[in-house]
Ligand binder design. Structure first.
Ligand code: PMP
Length: 416
């Protein structure tokens, strides 16, 4: 019996959706052991914005290893860390006039979410956090507490007073969520105390590609200002250029009090997470928030190379061009296939929402058909009824077109 045949018994970490063994990947292509080529519209759920084994980043990582440089440094100040912090400041923060302190957190996104929540509660001396319906912030106790999905939260007691607020789109179309939050805050009979922070995603990714309107994001910022509440932007999935500019909140021209980055920040799929905080919020005592794999050296090397690659290839412009292609393709070729199909997205994160014609299996059928034809595509949203298009930002146009063609044929076949 091979490892996959055992899967329903004693093997926990296996993938039901794409039942094959992958062993090699380049750019936007991933190869199965059998040699089958697959186009990657999953891209590590946003961890591979620069593609698999990006040549520029790979060379930097290989020469670093070749020089017997530090691979683990913990609290030691290392050359790799210094270079990353300097490059991040010069290329990302300073040009955008963002005055954040940078904290390296544990290896994955959820670690930085924990740090943000902990810091907010400490600084404001309040326990409450508001988050939004459909939000996904991670799988550890704190981040799960602010994740709006009862299926994955069941049995978990919230670590703090967490209040879920409606999101301004789709389910809550036309509902003034900002007014609602403010009313709740100012009504002593609501039973809800003022929170330390509000945590949000500008595009809910796991929540089903739900794009927050610009004016709503601006109103949320103003609401936090009026009520002395910190605004935390979780840019783990849609930061690092996924929507075009480096940070996803730039389109709304606001500045969050804290920003969380992970996934593609290391450039090469290495684990890394960062918390950016306004200067005055850095109220940590030395050693108050630490961890052994905080600031992994290869992630610093990959992250520095990724920022260099980003600016030398004008990736923001490249994303705009591909965004135009995807928007046009989805609205002109996919939406007309059925009146109940809904398209949402921006930059290089798009969703095909099949909820209105899905019995819970339709999106799954399409994704399975896509995989048979060589396209890896994931499902997100309520009941997993939204097909999520998340290719590497570096995907070549012919491959992007080919992936879209496979997708269209799969939807047509499943509709027939
Ligand atoms: N926040 C968002 C918006 C995410 O998309 C994710 C991961 N999908 C997380 C937090 C959690 O990150 P990680 O899985 O690295 O802990």
């Amino acid at each position: 019996m091979n490892i996959f045949e055992q899967r329903e018994s004693n093997v926990r970490s296996y993938c039901r959706s794409f039942p094959t063994v992958f062993h090699r990947a380049k750019g936007a292509l991933v190869y199965s052991e059998s040699g089958k080529e697959n186009i990657d519209f999953l891209a590590g759920a946003g961890a591979l914005n620069y593609g698999h084994n990006n040549d520029y980043i790979k060379q930097k990582v290989l020469s670093y290893l070749d020089a017997d440089a530090m691979t683990h440094g913990l609290d030691l100040h290392t050359a790799a860390k210094e270079k990353f912090l300097a490059t991040f400041s010069e290329q990302v923060l300073i040009p955008k006039q963002l005055d954040y302190r940078i904290q390296c957190c544990g290896p994955t996104g959820t670690n930085a979410v924990e740090a943000a929540l902990k810091l907010a509660r400490k600084v404001k001396n309040r326990t409450g956090i508001f988050s939004f319906m459909g939000a996904y912030h991670g799988m550890t106790q704190g981040s799960l507490s602010v994740t709006g999905n009862t299926a994955i939260r069941s049995g978990i007691e919230s670590f703090a007073q967490v209040t879920f607020m409606p999101y301004p789109y789709r389910l809550m179309d036309g509902f003034d969520t900002i007014h609602y939050i403010e009313s709740v805050l100012n009504d002593i009979h609501s039973g809800i105390e003022k929170p330390a922070a509000i945590i949000f995603e500008t595009v809910q990714a796991e929540g089903g590609i739900v794009v927050a309107p610009i004016d709503w994001i601006q109103q949320l910022r103003a609401l936090c200002d009026r009520n002395d509440i910190l605004l935390i932007c979780d840019d783990i999935q849609v930061g690092c250029g996924r929507t075009g500019p480096f940070f996803s909140f730039e389109r709304a021209n606001i500045i969050p009090d804290m920003v969380i980055l992970s996934k593609s920040i290391s450039g090469y799929g290495f684990p890394m997470s960062l918390l950016l905080m306004k200067q005055e919020l850095d109220q940590w005592q030395p050693g108050e928030h630490t961890g052994t794999f905080r600031g992994y050296q290869l992630a610093f090397v990959g992250g520095t190379a990724a920022l260099e690659y980003r600016s030398s290839t004008d990736l923001e412009k490249v994303v705009r061009l591909k965004e135009t292609f995807l928007r046009t393709f989805l609205t002109e070729e996919i939406a007309p296939l059925h009146p109940k199909i809904e398209i949402r997205g921006l930059g290089l994160i798009w969703g095909i929402d099949l909820a209105a014609l899905d019995d819970g299996n339709f999106a799954k059928k399409i994704a399975t058909r896509c995989f048979e034809q060589g396209l890896i595509i994931e499902r997100v949203g309520r009941r997993d009824t939204v097909l999520k298009l998340l290719p590497p930002l570096t995907i070549e146009m012919p491959i992007l077109r080919r992936g879209c063609t496979i997708l269209k044929q799969a939807i047509e076949e499943c509709l027939a």
